[in-house]
Design a binder for this molecule. Sequence first.
Ligand code: NAI
Length: 315
Amino acid sequence: MAPPELRYDGQTVVVTGAGGGLGREYAIFFGARGANVVVNDLGGSFKGEGKGSQAADKVVDEIRSKGGKAVANYDSVTDGENIIKTAIDNFGRIDVLINNAGILRDISFKNMKQQDWDLIMAVHVKGAYKCARAAWPYFRKQKYGRLISTASAAGLFGSFGQTNYSAAKLALVGFTETLAKEGFKYNILCNVIAPIAASRMTETVMPPDVLENLKPEWIVPLVAVLTHKSSTETGAIYECGGGHMAKLRWERAKGALLRTDDSLTPGAIALKWNEVNNFKEAEHPQGPGNAMELLETAAQLPPSQTGEKLDFKDK
Ligand code: NAI
């Protein structure tokens, strides 16, 4: 049986940073599947310098030439309210927001300038916030919304020369996980993707033969599934690239539980260090551990060995 063709007729999809790279692929896809598309792009360099209307205009022309409906917006995502206004003014609604716009300012932490940090935070974190904040009242009112934000492997795992970018990208994971909780009863589903794909952003750091196998259009189907009305997935993180896609989740070691009295010392923890770090009986939590429940048990444990033998000086 042929897989179903997902459609978005009558819906309005806002894609930020849609003048090139991944954003362009999303915009063209949604335009071809019946959606009204707002093609936002500031039109600057990958380092966040300059601006222009050409990038967004070209994508709008491409969507329209194939019979789709699209309008351009040239604001920075840091002025997200203008981008959402473009959707409302032109199409009267917003159903899907894809926070995709991004830039890089790679530099070792030692040499990082304040501006390298501030600009990355502004575009990725403030930009995602401003767009989502402006869309949220519409999502809530219509009891429908689909929000994708774009993280990165750099944020999940760290990456040399990218402290600014990593911090910003992981911020979007926390942002998404909280919005998923706040949006759930309004049928607002929020997920985050960590893509890997050939674009002007990656072409300076990866060789051509690798990039050949990382086509940006291969990210689109996952985003399409997550933003479709049939989806129920929310608060999730997906890695996606080169045809592979996989969900990521948090893992918590069973850990050590120590009696909660003055035998709970650094030395006592040192003696239990293997237990603290052992993932053999791990769980996959959706929230913080139940500290109150554990507290009762902890209070009843025998006093801990305090680890003097490890030559800890504190006790
Ligand atoms: P890209 O550079 O081709 O596209 C990003 C687009 O965002 C550009 O068209 C740019 O003009 C636009 N943009 C930049 N600042 C903007 C602003 N302030 N307001 C509005 N538009 C702005 O890069 P690519 O690869 O398509 O990246 C898309 C997203 O995916 C970014 O958030 C990036 O950080 C993320 N990402 C990409 C990876 C990859 O392998 N390509 C890896 C991990 C994350």
